[in-house]
Design a protein around this ligand. Structure first.
Ligand code: FMN
Length: 201
């Protein structure tokens, strides 16, 4: 069935995804079910990436033991809120993403060869696409009624050594997840205007 977009989402949905959504520093302590983490990924996977390369890999840190393994890598400003969050996603990228292209870009069996043996292109493509997939991740979580606290304030090398020792997967950024505690939200900061940032030729 053809299910192309038929028009804008209702204002309430746009508020939930963008205008009223905030970056959260504290969360209701209730656990986040594994089914919710799966549901977020089940939306993320459909969003576009270069040659459908899907380099994003997500490690959900939920258990107390796993959180303790993360602790030493966190910046001091991010430590307490991350240790207390119901879940923390490590959004990472797979430097061997191209090995799956014969399956995920099946109509062009040449695609793997565009990347194999090209470390700079692999890194750029993996970082670019895992970052946009990370953005999709935030929006998917919001769409499903969860709040996010994305963070780059951590030691990537420490996270990689602890969680990805085979060096094939690299951390990009972290994202705390749960139902936000609105008393811990910072004042909303100004956004740049269309005229400052965009140009139409
Ligand atoms: C990739 C990324 C990294 C961020 N790193 C941190 C961080 O390390 N610590 C932190 O407290 N906030 C971090 N933030 C949160 C931003 O400061 C916040 O999203 C921005 O100020 C907008 O806030 P608002 O969504 O509440 O309007 C990060 C956000 C993103 C998207």
């Amino acid at each position: 069935m053809d299910t192309a977009a038929t028009g804008p989402l209702p204002d309430a949905a746009l508020d939930q995804l963008f205008r009223n959504a905030r970056t959260h520093n504290g969360f209701n302590p209730d656990p986040i079910p594994d089914t919710a983490l799966r549901a977020i990924y089940e939306l993320v996977k459909w969003a576009p990436t270069t040659a459908n390369s899907q380099p994003l890999r997500v490690l959900f840190i939920k258990s107390r033991a796993a959180k303790e393994r993360l602790r030493a890598a966190l910046s001091s400003g991010n430590r307490d809120k991350t240790m207390a969050a119901p879940a923390t996603a490590i959004l990472a990228y797979d430097l061997e993403f191209f090995e799956k292209l014969p399956r995920t870009f099946a109509h062009n069996q040449e695609a793997r060869s565009w990347f194999a043996g090209q470390p700079a292109l692999i890194e750029t493509t993996a970082l670019r696409n895992s970052s946009i997939q990370g953005g999709y991740f935030i929006m998917a979580a919001r769409a499903l009624g969860y709040d996010c606290g994305p963070m780059s304030g951590f030691d990537n090398a420490k996270v990689d050594a602890e969680f990805f020792p085979d060096r094939r997967i690299k951390s990009n950024f972290l994202c705390n997840l749960g139902h936000g505690d609105w008393s811990k939200v910072m004042p909303r900061n100004e956004r740049l205007t269309f005229d400052e940032t965009c140009e139409i030729l």
